[in-house]
Design a protein around this ligand. Structure first.
Ligand SMILES: [Zn+2]
Length: 470
């Protein structure tokens, strides 16, 4: 498989450390609010990558974190913890907020047919691991203390910018955070933050822990390094995340992990590009900030969004608009209807059919193995639909592709089974056989019988399609 590696800015052949095993880590949601559709583009990318690797024969061990502490509103080390902010907004504790939005995230992921990694880990369950990692960094001389926390000294890590190499322009951008006069370099980041002193008679934070440096909570970046290395070892094969995490979060993950272990942290960095909404960056202050519930409330199927995302390569900006979603839903429903209408055909496979099936299978594998060319893979699916291969084999082929696409095409077949009586299905099959034998008289007779039973059969270039009489 070939993947674009943001670290080298090149498309590279995937060479896992221990093939056929592949280790993969994805930065997951901060559970203080609904994940928006841009976040879900990243999680769908991670899902597609995991499914593709499995489809191509790799054994994937995947981890995703749930950030339930320490992610501050500025995305750097200033401002309030997003979880504590969510708690104030909803008059709940930070723990309740985390539990609530973790459940919503899982439910949304399920609706989008995202197969979440087998290991889904919460930052608050790994406080000890984070403290241990920080202790190692302290012993190796990479830290210093300020009045509000323990910081990573990026000047001690010779290759900070060079090694990260992720996005030099973005790095400067990321460093331009509110100036903390106690920070030695703009790029230094918090490993451990102290709890602020509580207001008179009040409590400072819902979430805080004792540590060798004082009561407080871990910095945002440290959780990913600690949990990734705990589950996947010091060097991971693949790390996935949104492109917005590149300049600060991922750069810092690399610095603290490699400073601690002296080994490369990640072989391949895979970043999903932004989604625009109505042509603009999504923003809470604009009206273009959507989550999955906003889509469902307008009557769209969540999987139509997945279909829409498959139509753009993950390294391009995708533009979400309502008309685009409507078009995606129309195409997606057409595909489901098509599956439902695929009557079983008993026609024999010819050598030509076999060659076609092999050709389609190979093309599909080649496309997903080529840096996840999903728009082309989806176009191929429509070529399969329009091809003349027998229905039974067509179904199998489409269901095979769906292991990667995740469009739940089997639902189309299930609805057919549930709705179309077996008697009708049998007549459709008989009629299809008659047509193949060019017995038009019998075929017409069978059509009349089908109509009498309340169904209309329509002959398309892709085989017979059934519709209930209206
Ligand atoms: Zn992360």
């Amino acid at each position: 498989m070939k993947l674009y590696n943001s670290l080298t800015k090149k498309i590279e052949q995937l060479q896992p450390i221990n093939p056929p095993k592949v280790t993969m880590y994805t930065c997951g949601p901060t559970v203080y609010d609904y994940a928006h559709i841009g976040n879900f583009r990243t999680y769908i990318l991670s899902d597609i990558l995991q499914r593709s690797l499995t489809f191509l024969g790799y054994q994937v061990k995947a981890v995703m974190n749930i950030t339930d502490v320490g992610h501050l509103v500025s995305d750097a080390d200033e401002g309030e913890d997003k979880l504590e902010k969510g708690a104030r907004r909803e008059h709940k504790t930070a723990w309740e907020i985390a539990a609530k939005y973790t459940e919503i995230f899982k439910a949304d992921a399920q609706k989008l047919n995202i197969q979440l990694p087998e290991i889904l880990c919460k930052a608050t369950d790994y406080i000890n691991e984070q403290i241990e990692l920080i202790k190692t960094l302290e012993q190796k001389g990479y830290t210093y203390k300020t009045s509000d926390g323990l910081y990573f000294n990026t000047s001690k890590f010779a290759n900070y910018a060079q090694l990260a190499q992720l996005d030099a322009a973005g790095l400067k951008e990321g460093a331009r955070v509110a100036k903390n006069p106690e920070k030695k370099q703009l790029t230094d980041f918090a490993l451990w933050k102290f709890s602020p002193s509580p207001p008179a008679g009040g409590k400072s934070r819902d979430m805080e822990w004792d540590s060798p440096w004082g009561k407080g909570f871990p910095g945002w970046h440290v959780e990913c390094s600690a949990m990734a290395m705990k589950h996947l070892g010091d060097t991971l094969d693949i790390h996935v995340g949104g492109v917005d995490l590149k300049p600060v979060h991922h750069t810092n993950e690399i610095a603290q992990s490699e400073a601690a272990t002296g080994k490369p942290f990640v072989k391949y960095w895979v970043h999903g590009e932004f989604i625009l909404a109505d042509g603009k960056k999504m923003s809470k202050s604009k009206a273009n900030f959507y989550n999955l519930a906003d889509i469902e409330v307008k009557g769209f199927k969540p999987l139509s969004l997945r279909y829409l995302y498959l139509n753009a390569h993950y390294r391009t900006h995708a533009n979400f608009t309502w008309p685009a979603l409507m078009a995606a839903e129309k195409a997606y429903k057409k595909l489901l209807d098509y599956m439902a209408g695929l009557a079983k055909s008993r026609s024999a496979l010819t050598q030509e059919h076999l060659n076609k099936i092999d050709g389609f299978s190979q093309q599909f594998r080649d496309l997903i193995a080529d840096d996840l060319k999903m728009p082309e893979a989806l176009a191929l699916v429509w070529q399969v639909v329009k091809s003349n291969i027998p229905n039974q084999d067509k179904r199998d082929l489409l269901l095979d592709c769906d292991q990667v696409l995740g469009l739940n095409l089997a639902a189309g077949l299930m609805s057919e089974k549930a709705v179309v009586p077996s008697e009708v299905r049998q007549l459709v099959d008989e009629r299809e056989t008659a047509r193949q034998q060019k017995d038009w008289f019998k075929s017409d007779q069978l059509r009349r019988k089908i109509t009498q039973l309340g169904w209309q059969v329509e002959d398309t270039s892709a085989g017979p399609k059934l519709k209930a009489n209206s």
